[in-house]
Design a protein around this ligand. Structure first.
Ligand code: SF4
Ligand code: SF4
Length: 92
């Protein structure tokens, strides 16, 4: 049975494989983070700060699961290497 609120951390954070992310928050996003992999050193801060915990660990970088990314830009702000750029939805 799935428990409704069960956290591995001390705060109310969720994980991409757990119930708090069972909402498609990406459908109303107006911007998306786009990674420049050349700049990323895989420090993990973007994944730590992402409020929906939607960053997916790709072993040498992180990328947002866009079904859940809200486009808030926190990952881009917190990245010490400025590896994410926020791009408007619909732009090439
Ligand atoms: S915070 Fe920036 S440098 Fe660190 S893993 Fe994320 S994108 Fe890469
Ligand atoms: S824009 Fe916001 S929700 Fe999307 S990956 Fe970055 S921190 Fe997470």
């Amino acid at each position: 049975m799935i428990k409704k609120f069960q956290f591995r951390e001390e705060a109310g954070w969720s994980h991409a494989d757990e119930i708090l992310l069972c909402l498609d928050t990406g459908s109303w996003r107006v911007e998306r983070p786009v990674l420049n992999k050349e700049k990323c050193n895989y420090c993990g801060l973007c994944a730590l700060f992402c409020p929906t915990q939607c960053m997916v660990d790709r072993d040498d970088h992180f990328e947002p699961n866009l079904a859940f990314c809200k486009g808030c830009g926190i990952c881009a702000n917190e990245c010490p290497r400025k590896a994410f750029r926020m791009r408007k939805e619909g732009d090439a």
